[in-house]
Design a protein around this ligand. Structure first.
Ligand SMILES: [Zn+2]
Length: 141
């Protein structure tokens, strides 16, 4: 636990629960991406007999690529959350710095925002590129 510990609103049991959730999520995503790689190898390249087949083939690839990109982003979020958890900078909203309640963390353990700011972010009202300054830098201002 560091002096900038942001998980004080969570007890050890809750932190352990969240860590387990994140780690199993991480395993699941890694397995999925290994499977996807195998599937991708099975898609024949350039074997389409006519233009229709060819178009369908490339559509499949685009779909697959988009799905994999989404999973890759999710994996990054999960790994980042695990990193924050071990550094004690987990559990605060990136935007307002308020503690995120355990119930919300439990349902979306990799989240970086409180429910209010997640919603505003999704509605485009706030900008993820200008998040809340973490306590380490907040002390300087
Ligand atoms: Zn917030």
């Amino acid at each position: 636990m560091s002096e900038h510990d942001t998980t004080r609103h969570l007890n050890e049991r809750q932190i352990e629960t969240l860590r387990e959730r994140l780690e199993s999520e991480r395993r699941r995503l890694l397995e999925r991406s290994a499977e996807a790689e195998e599937r991708e190898d099975e898609i024949p390249v350039g074997e389409a007999e006519d233009m229709v087949d060819r178009a369908e083939e490339s559509w499949d690839k685009q779909e697959l690529f988009a799905a994999r990109e989404e999973e890759r982003q999710e994996l990054l979020r999960v790994e980042e959350a695990l990193g924050r958890l071990s550094k004690g900078s987990y559990g605060l909203c990136f935007y307002c710095g308020e503690p995120i309640p355990f119930a919300r963390l439990e349902s979306v353990p990799a989240t970086r925002f409180c429910a209010e700011h997640q919603e505003q972010l999704e509605q485009g009202k706030i900008d993820e590129t200008r998040p809340f300054d973490w306590p380490t830098s907040r002390a300087d201002s």
